[in-house]
Write a new protein. Structure first.
Ligand code: SF4
Length: 375
């Protein structure tokens, strides 16, 4: 039986954060009950496509999945368990915003089968949280984390963002130092991207704030790697760190360019070399019109390029044996020119049969990785 990751998109948020361009709506909570029914409707619709698959991971992303009541998560998970083959050791992740949780809700998620929680903490200085439009304070984030432990969660992730407007290196280190004391099993640390169409984009263009700049951001990233290493976290992906055995198995499916089914507004899927996506129009989504709003069959070059682009994000890189098993050719047959360009300069390295970026390669990963796209 083949493996599959299952993703549910929950496009509701209590408030739109000022840096965010994800597909989600504030003040639409009244739609949640109908939306949950539509997710189950679509799970049944796609069933024939993945009868031969075993679901290894489930991920509730968004948006703010923790706006859903525990009974609503339970309804969705019961449907998955009734209609699909699921792995015994399934990983079930739910993204949560510390401003939307209570002990009762978290205990309900736990009872429903969620076994991994991801907390959007982002920073631990209230002035940054306020400027970002987050609805919680640093103290509430810490309290939320404690509640999750109290509810019984043993696999917790914290998301942090560096390179915030007017953020100093010391503030970033302070955020890092504080969260490691909470001892989460996993940390994701992302550099801020200023996305077009967001309030941050407008403010930045108008010079309302300045950003730390490339040099400071590179230092923040370097400090992150060193600090987390000394606390026993392994960097297994450019932006992701975990205690041994706590890598996010769902995201590994994406980075290994393996198959997944995405259900919900605007969700993407990748099945049988075909990528397809659902409508981004809420009215159409709820009516069940135009379930698949677009699709493409990936030509070989694109599939190879994307496998490289994603796999090189991983510390262990890309195994030549696996690559050969998938594409019938060795890495060198596609990329000898890039390997000889970057290996001597110490940005790429072979280890056993895998090609991976080195620590210096990670520092300029975006630049190197894009050259691996073939089309
Ligand atoms: S809570 Fe998350 S998804 Fe919602 S607006 Fe903020 S960053 Fe975006």
């Amino acid at each position: 039986m083949k493996s599959l990751g299952l993703y549910f998109h929950i496009p509701f948020c209590p408030y739109r954060c000022h840096y965010c361009d994800f597909l989600s709506f504030a003040n639409h909570e009244h739609m949640i009950p109908e939306y949950v029914s539509c997710l189950i409707r679509d799970l049944k619709f796609f069933l024939p496509d993945f009868r031969d698959y075993e679901i290894k991971t489930i991920f509730f992303g968004g948006g703010t999945p923790s706006l859903l009541r525990a009974e609503q998560i339970e309804r969705i998970l019961s449907a998955v368990y009734s209609y699909c083959h699921t792995a015994a050791e399934i990983e079930v992740t739910l993204e949560s915003n510390p401003g939307t949780i209570t002990l009762e809700k978290l205990s309900g998620y736990q009872a429903a089968g969620v076994n991994r929680l991801s907390f959007g903490v982002q920073a631990l200085q209230n002035r940054h949280l306020k400027r970002m439009g987050r609805i919680h304070t640093a103290e509430e984030a810490q309290e939320g984390f404690k509640l999750a432990r109290k509810a019984g969660f043993q696999n917790l992730n914290i998301d942090l963002i560096f390179g915030l407007p007017d953020q100093s290196l010391e503030e970033w280190e302070e955020s890092l130092n504080q969260v490691v004391q909470w001892e989460p099993e996993h940390l994701s640390t992302y550099g801020l991207q200023i996305e077009e169409g967001t309030p941050f984009f407008t403010d930045y263009r108008q010079g309302i704030f300045s950003l730390p700049g490339e040099e400071i951001e590179a230092l923040m990233y370097e400090k992150t790697i060193k600090r987390l290493r000394t606390r026993g976290y392994e960097q297994y992906e450019i932006s992701n760190f975990s205690k041994p055995g706590y890598e996010c198995r769902h995201n590994l499916i994406y980075w290994n360019n393996e198959e997944y089914l995405g259900i919900g507004l605007g969700a993407f899927s990748y099945l049988s070399k075909k990528r397809f996506w659902m409508t981004r129009n809420m009215a159409k989504y709820l009516k069940g019109e135009e379930k698949i709003s677009g699709w493409e069959v990936l030509p070989l070059e694109k599939e190879v390029g994307e496998t490289m682009m994603l796999g090189l994000r991983l510390k262990k890189g890309i195994s030549n044996v696996r690559f050969f098993g998938r594409f019938g050719k060795r890495l060198q047959e596609f990329y000898s020119h890039l390997i000889s360009k970057y290996e001597p300069s110490g940005l790429l390295k072979w280890e056993d049969d895998a090609l991976h970026l080195t620590e210096s390669g990670f520092m300029i990963a975006n630049h190197v990785i894009q050259e691996f796209l073939l089309d």
